[in-house]
Design a protein around this ligand. Sequence first.
Ligand code: AMP
Length: 151
Amino acid sequence: MGIFKSNKKDRDYTIIIGCGRLGTDLADILSDSGGNVMIIDKDKDAFRKISPSYGGFSLIGDATDIDVLHEAQIKNATAVVCVTNNDNTNIMVAQMAKELFKVEQVIARLYDPERECVYREFGIATICPAVLSAYEIRKQLGNVEKEDDSE
Ligand code: AMP
């Protein structure tokens, strides 16, 4: 399978794990901006959400299965973004990407902020919707500036 498109950045290859609401948006945005993108989901119906203009690849499979990651050519990936709806799956795939395949940049969504330290230990960047939302709400309430002033 040829991953890279001739008229696109040929060093850049992002694999997105989980074709849900966030994964779909990311795949569309990265693909539209000229990146080489692969999106993986274990549910074939999940791909219906991708926009018709999506120019990347898609693969049906459980991303915790190493054969699926090989099939996605993870060894060529410059970034892996784990955004399934399961923290355990995200941490497992993120660890495989980082440790086994030495992927440069690995980012994982994490529902449970208390587990962030586990990811940090492995050098995996995390995005935690609860923490981001709380910060944004505080900002909109004018609470962040107040706190910053008192420091
Ligand atoms: P959402 O909750 O909308 O962000 O969607 C999460 C997506 O992750 C769903 O489409 C799931 O089918 C997908 N997903 C969950 N576990 C796995 C897995 N092990 N491998 C691939 N995709 C997964």
